[in-house]
Design a protein around this ligand. Structure first.
Ligand code: RUB
Length: 319
Protein backbone atom coordinates (compact mmCIF):
# COMPACT_ATOMS: atom_id res chain seq x y z
CA UNK A 1 0.00 0.00 0.00
CA UNK A 2 1.18 3.51 -0.86
CA UNK A 3 2.38 5.78 1.95
CA UNK A 4 -0.06 8.73 2.31
CA UNK A 5 1.27 12.00 0.86
CA UNK A 6 0.77 13.84 4.16
CA UNK A 7 2.99 11.28 5.95
CA UNK A 8 5.73 11.72 3.32
CA UNK A 9 5.39 15.49 3.73
CA UNK A 10 5.93 15.24 7.50
CA UNK A 11 8.96 12.95 7.02
CA UNK A 12 10.43 15.40 4.49
CA UNK A 13 9.64 18.31 6.83
CA UNK A 14 11.65 16.70 9.64
CA UNK A 15 14.55 15.85 7.31
CA UNK A 16 14.81 19.36 5.88
CA UNK A 17 14.23 20.96 9.32
CA UNK A 18 11.03 22.72 8.37
CA UNK A 19 9.82 20.80 11.43
CA UNK A 20 12.58 21.10 14.01
CA UNK A 21 13.28 20.99 17.74
CA UNK A 22 13.09 17.64 19.50
CA UNK A 23 9.61 18.14 21.00
CA UNK A 24 7.99 19.29 17.76
CA UNK A 25 9.72 16.48 15.87
CA UNK A 26 8.29 13.94 18.34
CA UNK A 27 4.78 15.33 18.05
CA UNK A 28 5.04 15.42 14.25
CA UNK A 29 6.15 11.76 14.28
CA UNK A 30 3.12 10.77 16.38
CA UNK A 31 0.90 12.79 14.04
CA UNK A 32 2.40 10.96 11.02
CA UNK A 33 1.54 7.57 12.56
CA UNK A 34 -1.98 8.76 13.31
CA UNK A 35 -2.49 10.00 9.73
CA UNK A 36 -1.05 6.77 8.35
CA UNK A 37 -3.49 4.68 10.40
CA UNK A 38 -6.47 6.84 9.47
CA UNK A 39 -5.60 6.55 5.77
CA UNK A 40 -4.90 2.81 5.68
CA UNK A 41 -6.72 1.35 2.72
CA UNK A 42 -4.92 -1.99 2.44
CA UNK A 43 -6.32 -5.50 2.97
CA UNK A 44 -8.69 -5.97 5.89
CA UNK A 45 -6.09 -8.10 7.67
CA UNK A 46 -4.54 -7.08 11.04
CA UNK A 47 -1.19 -8.62 10.02
CA UNK A 48 -1.04 -6.46 6.89
CA UNK A 49 -1.98 -3.36 8.91
CA UNK A 50 0.82 -4.06 11.41
CA UNK A 51 3.34 -4.51 8.56
CA UNK A 52 2.20 -1.24 7.00
CA UNK A 53 2.53 0.62 10.33
CA UNK A 54 6.05 -0.81 10.84
CA UNK A 55 7.04 0.52 7.41
CA UNK A 56 5.74 3.98 8.38
CA UNK A 57 7.48 3.78 11.78
CA UNK A 58 10.83 2.98 10.12
CA UNK A 59 10.39 5.75 7.58
CA UNK A 60 9.66 8.34 10.27
CA UNK A 61 12.51 7.17 12.54
CA UNK A 62 15.02 7.34 9.65
CA UNK A 63 14.50 11.09 9.07
CA UNK A 64 16.94 12.45 11.69
CA UNK A 65 19.26 10.43 13.94
CA UNK A 66 20.03 12.41 17.10
CA UNK A 67 16.87 13.44 18.95
CA UNK A 68 15.68 10.36 20.85
CA UNK A 69 12.28 12.01 21.25
CA UNK A 70 11.59 10.85 17.69
CA UNK A 71 12.05 7.09 18.19
CA UNK A 72 10.57 7.38 21.69
CA UNK A 73 7.34 8.84 20.25
CA UNK A 74 7.18 6.18 17.55
CA UNK A 75 7.97 3.36 19.97
CA UNK A 76 5.28 4.57 22.37
CA UNK A 77 2.63 4.23 19.67
CA UNK A 78 4.03 1.04 18.14
CA UNK A 79 4.42 -0.65 21.54
CA UNK A 80 0.73 -0.04 22.27
CA UNK A 81 -0.16 -1.37 18.82
CA UNK A 82 2.01 -4.43 19.49
CA UNK A 83 0.16 -5.17 22.74
CA UNK A 84 -3.30 -4.72 21.19
CA UNK A 85 -5.40 -7.36 19.50
CA UNK A 86 -8.50 -7.04 17.34
CA UNK A 87 -9.52 -6.28 13.78
CA UNK A 88 -8.07 -3.54 11.59
CA UNK A 89 -10.59 -0.93 12.75
CA UNK A 90 -9.77 -1.63 16.40
CA UNK A 91 -6.03 -1.46 15.74
CA UNK A 92 -6.44 1.82 13.85
CA UNK A 93 -8.24 3.24 16.87
CA UNK A 94 -5.37 2.21 19.17
CA UNK A 95 -2.82 3.97 16.95
CA UNK A 96 -4.93 7.14 16.72
CA UNK A 97 -5.69 7.33 20.44
CA UNK A 98 -2.10 6.62 21.61
CA UNK A 99 -0.69 9.13 19.10
CA UNK A 100 -3.16 11.75 20.34
CA UNK A 101 -2.30 10.93 23.95
CA UNK A 102 1.43 11.34 23.25
CA UNK A 103 0.86 14.74 21.61
CA UNK A 104 -1.36 15.99 24.43
CA UNK A 105 1.04 14.80 27.15
CA UNK A 106 3.96 16.33 25.31
CA UNK A 107 2.31 19.76 25.14
CA UNK A 108 1.33 19.54 28.81
CA UNK A 109 4.90 18.55 29.73
CA UNK A 110 6.28 21.69 28.05
CA UNK A 111 3.84 23.85 30.06
CA UNK A 112 4.68 22.09 33.34
CA UNK A 113 8.41 22.46 32.68
CA UNK A 114 7.79 26.19 32.30
CA UNK A 115 6.12 26.38 35.72
CA UNK A 116 8.61 24.12 37.50
CA UNK A 117 11.64 25.72 35.85
CA UNK A 118 10.55 29.31 36.43
CA UNK A 119 10.75 28.73 40.19
CA UNK A 120 14.48 28.08 39.74
CA UNK A 121 15.12 31.42 38.04
CA UNK A 122 16.52 34.10 40.35
CA UNK A 123 14.93 37.54 40.74
CA UNK A 124 16.21 40.13 38.25
CA UNK A 125 17.97 37.42 36.30
CA UNK A 126 19.92 37.81 33.09
CA UNK A 127 19.52 34.52 31.26
CA UNK A 128 21.44 33.12 28.31
CA UNK A 129 20.00 30.51 25.96
CA UNK A 130 21.34 28.72 22.90
CA UNK A 131 19.46 27.52 19.81
CA UNK A 132 15.67 27.42 19.93
CA UNK A 133 14.10 25.14 22.50
CA UNK A 134 10.38 25.28 23.26
CA UNK A 135 11.02 23.77 26.70
CA UNK A 136 13.71 26.35 27.54
CA UNK A 137 11.50 29.12 26.12
CA UNK A 138 8.65 27.89 28.31
CA UNK A 139 10.83 28.36 31.42
CA UNK A 140 12.04 31.77 30.28
CA UNK A 141 8.57 33.09 29.31
CA UNK A 142 6.97 31.84 32.54
CA UNK A 143 9.75 33.36 34.65
CA UNK A 144 9.47 36.63 32.71
CA UNK A 145 5.72 36.75 33.37
CA UNK A 146 6.50 36.25 37.06
CA UNK A 147 8.65 39.40 36.83
CA UNK A 148 11.93 37.55 37.38
CA UNK A 149 13.83 38.09 34.14
CA UNK A 150 15.31 41.40 33.05
CA UNK A 151 17.15 40.29 29.92
CA UNK A 152 17.82 37.25 27.75
CA UNK A 153 20.91 36.75 25.62
CA UNK A 154 20.15 34.50 22.69
CA UNK A 155 23.01 33.13 20.61
CA UNK A 156 22.48 33.30 16.87
CA UNK A 157 23.28 29.54 16.64
CA UNK A 158 25.14 29.16 13.42
CA UNK A 159 24.84 27.69 10.87
CA UNK A 160 21.04 27.36 10.92
CA UNK A 161 20.34 30.52 12.97
CA UNK A 162 17.75 29.01 15.29
CA UNK A 163 18.58 31.99 17.57
CA UNK A 164 16.41 34.10 15.27
CA UNK A 165 13.46 31.80 16.02
CA UNK A 166 14.19 32.19 19.75
CA UNK A 167 14.35 35.95 19.32
CA UNK A 168 10.96 35.99 17.59
CA UNK A 169 9.37 33.53 20.03
CA UNK A 170 10.52 35.36 23.18
CA UNK A 171 9.83 38.84 21.76
CA UNK A 172 6.25 37.85 20.97
CA UNK A 173 5.82 37.36 24.73
CA UNK A 174 7.44 40.70 25.51
CA UNK A 175 10.74 39.23 26.77
CA UNK A 176 13.66 41.61 26.14
CA UNK A 177 16.11 39.66 23.97
CA UNK A 178 19.60 40.53 22.80
CA UNK A 179 21.09 38.50 19.98
CA UNK A 180 24.81 37.70 20.18
CA UNK A 181 27.08 35.71 17.88
CA UNK A 182 28.02 32.30 19.25
CA UNK A 183 31.61 33.47 19.59
CA UNK A 184 30.59 36.22 22.09
CA UNK A 185 29.40 33.78 24.77
CA UNK A 186 32.53 33.97 26.94
CA UNK A 187 32.71 37.75 26.62
CA UNK A 188 29.10 38.15 27.78
CA UNK A 189 29.06 35.42 30.43
CA UNK A 190 30.10 37.76 33.27
CA UNK A 191 26.74 39.53 32.87
CA UNK A 192 24.75 36.28 32.92
CA UNK A 193 23.09 34.80 36.02
CA UNK A 194 21.73 31.56 34.59
CA UNK A 195 21.90 29.52 31.39
CA UNK A 196 18.78 27.68 30.23
CA UNK A 197 18.92 25.33 27.23
CA UNK A 198 16.91 22.43 25.87
CA UNK A 199 17.91 18.87 24.99
CA UNK A 200 17.57 16.47 22.11
CA UNK A 201 18.69 13.44 24.05
CA UNK A 202 19.73 12.76 27.64
CA UNK A 203 21.91 9.72 28.32
CA UNK A 204 21.66 7.48 31.36
CA UNK A 205 24.80 9.10 32.86
CA UNK A 206 23.16 12.55 32.65
CA UNK A 207 25.10 13.77 29.60
CA UNK A 208 23.00 16.09 27.49
CA UNK A 209 23.00 16.07 23.70
CA UNK A 210 21.82 19.38 22.32
CA UNK A 211 22.53 21.83 19.48
CA UNK A 212 26.18 22.15 18.50
CA UNK A 213 27.82 24.73 20.73
CA UNK A 214 25.85 23.85 23.87
CA UNK A 215 28.89 22.17 25.43
CA UNK A 216 30.99 25.32 24.81
CA UNK A 217 28.30 27.45 26.46
CA UNK A 218 28.20 25.06 29.44
CA UNK A 219 31.98 25.01 29.74
CA UNK A 220 32.16 28.80 29.75
CA UNK A 221 29.33 28.98 32.30
CA UNK A 222 31.11 26.45 34.49
CA UNK A 223 34.30 28.52 34.39
CA UNK A 224 32.31 31.66 35.32
CA UNK A 225 30.36 29.79 38.05
CA UNK A 226 27.07 30.43 36.28
CA UNK A 227 24.43 27.76 36.77
CA UNK A 228 23.30 25.72 33.76
CA UNK A 229 19.76 24.36 33.55
CA UNK A 230 18.49 21.93 30.92
CA UNK A 231 14.75 21.91 30.23
CA UNK A 232 13.63 18.55 28.84
CA UNK A 233 10.56 16.35 28.76
CA UNK A 234 11.11 12.80 30.02
CA UNK A 235 10.69 11.39 26.49
CA UNK A 236 14.06 12.99 25.70
CA UNK A 237 15.82 10.43 27.90
CA UNK A 238 17.38 7.64 25.87
CA UNK A 239 16.56 4.07 26.97
CA UNK A 240 19.25 2.59 24.67
CA UNK A 241 21.96 4.40 26.67
CA UNK A 242 21.03 2.21 29.64
CA UNK A 243 22.85 -0.63 27.89
CA UNK A 244 25.75 1.52 26.77
CA UNK A 245 24.58 2.58 23.31
CA UNK A 246 26.09 5.87 22.15
CA UNK A 247 23.94 8.72 20.85
CA UNK A 248 24.54 9.20 17.10
CA UNK A 249 25.50 12.77 16.20
CA UNK A 250 23.96 14.06 13.00
CA UNK A 251 26.27 15.63 10.40
CA UNK A 252 24.36 17.90 8.06
CA UNK A 253 25.33 19.08 4.56
CA UNK A 254 28.28 21.51 4.32
CA UNK A 255 26.09 23.75 2.14
CA UNK A 256 24.35 24.87 5.36
CA UNK A 257 27.71 26.50 6.23
CA UNK A 258 29.11 27.68 2.90
CA UNK A 259 27.52 27.94 -0.55
CA UNK A 260 28.07 25.18 -3.12
CA UNK A 261 30.07 27.61 -5.34
CA UNK A 262 32.56 28.10 -2.48
CA UNK A 263 32.90 24.33 -2.06
CA UNK A 264 33.43 23.96 -5.84
CA UNK A 265 36.19 26.59 -5.77
CA UNK A 266 37.93 25.10 -2.72
CA UNK A 267 37.91 21.41 -3.51
CA UNK A 268 40.80 20.67 -1.12
CA UNK A 269 38.98 22.10 1.93
CA UNK A 270 36.81 19.83 4.03
CA UNK A 271 33.74 21.52 5.58
CA UNK A 272 32.16 19.74 8.53
CA UNK A 273 28.71 20.46 9.92
CA UNK A 274 28.07 18.49 13.12
CA UNK A 275 24.57 19.45 14.28
CA UNK A 276 24.82 18.42 17.96
CA UNK A 277 27.33 17.97 20.75
CA UNK A 278 27.50 16.31 24.14
CA UNK A 279 27.66 18.25 27.40
CA UNK A 280 29.00 16.10 30.24
CA UNK A 281 26.91 15.96 33.45
CA UNK A 282 29.60 17.83 35.43
CA UNK A 283 28.72 21.01 33.52
CA UNK A 284 24.99 20.79 34.19
CA UNK A 285 23.46 21.93 37.47
CA UNK A 286 19.96 20.52 37.00
CA UNK A 287 17.57 19.01 34.49
CA UNK A 288 14.04 20.40 34.62
CA UNK A 289 11.49 17.78 33.60
CA UNK A 290 7.69 17.75 33.83
CA UNK A 291 8.10 15.46 36.83
CA UNK A 292 10.39 17.79 38.73
CA UNK A 293 13.98 19.00 38.87
CA UNK A 294 16.72 16.40 39.03
CA UNK A 295 20.51 16.48 39.15
CA UNK A 296 21.89 15.03 35.88
CA UNK A 297 23.24 12.07 37.85
CA UNK A 298 19.62 10.97 38.50
CA UNK A 299 18.88 10.56 34.78
CA UNK A 300 19.10 6.81 35.20
CA UNK A 301 16.19 6.88 37.68
CA UNK A 302 13.97 8.72 35.18
CA UNK A 303 14.93 6.18 32.54
CA UNK A 304 14.18 3.17 34.71
CA UNK A 305 10.85 4.61 35.76
CA UNK A 306 9.73 5.69 32.31
CA UNK A 307 11.35 3.05 30.10
CA UNK A 308 11.94 0.10 32.45
CA UNK A 309 9.44 -1.91 30.38
CA UNK A 310 11.59 -1.44 27.28
CA UNK A 311 14.77 -2.94 28.72
CA UNK A 312 14.11 -6.55 27.71
CA UNK A 313 13.24 -5.49 24.17
CA UNK A 314 16.34 -3.31 23.89
CA UNK A 315 18.56 -6.19 25.02
CA UNK A 316 17.00 -8.36 22.31
CA UNK A 317 17.76 -5.59 19.81
CA UNK A 318 14.05 -4.96 19.44
CA UNK A 319 13.93 -1.19 19.99
C1 RUB B 1 17.13 21.94 18.15
C2 RUB B 1 17.77 21.87 19.50
C3 RUB B 1 16.89 22.17 20.69
C4 RUB B 1 16.33 20.85 21.22
C5 RUB B 1 15.23 21.07 22.25
O1 RUB B 1 17.94 21.42 17.13
O2 RUB B 1 18.91 21.50 19.65
O3 RUB B 1 17.64 22.78 21.70
O4 RUB B 1 15.79 20.09 20.16
O5 RUB B 1 14.16 21.74 21.64
P1 RUB B 1 17.38 21.43 15.63
P2 RUB B 1 12.64 21.59 22.23
O6 RUB B 1 17.01 22.84 15.30
O7 RUB B 1 18.54 20.92 14.81
O8 RUB B 1 16.20 20.49 15.57
O9 RUB B 1 12.72 22.03 23.65
O10 RUB B 1 11.83 22.51 21.36
O11 RUB B 1 12.26 20.16 22.09
Amino acid sequence: MEIPAKVLEIAEGIKTMRIRGAGRIARAAAEALKIAAENYKGPNDPGEFRKYMSRIANLVISTRPTAVSLPNAVIYVMYNLGKASGNVEELKRIVVSTAEKFIEESLNAVKKIGMIGARRIKDNAVVLTHCHSTAAASVIITAYKMGKIVKVYSTETRPFYQGRITYKHLSEHGVPVTQIPDSAVRYIMNEVDQVVVGADTIASNGAVVNKIGTSQVALVAHEARVRVFVAAETYKFSPATLIGELVPIEFRPPTEIVPQEWIDKHRNVEVLNPAFDVTPPEYIDAIITEQGVIPPQSAILVLLERFGWALEKIKQGGL
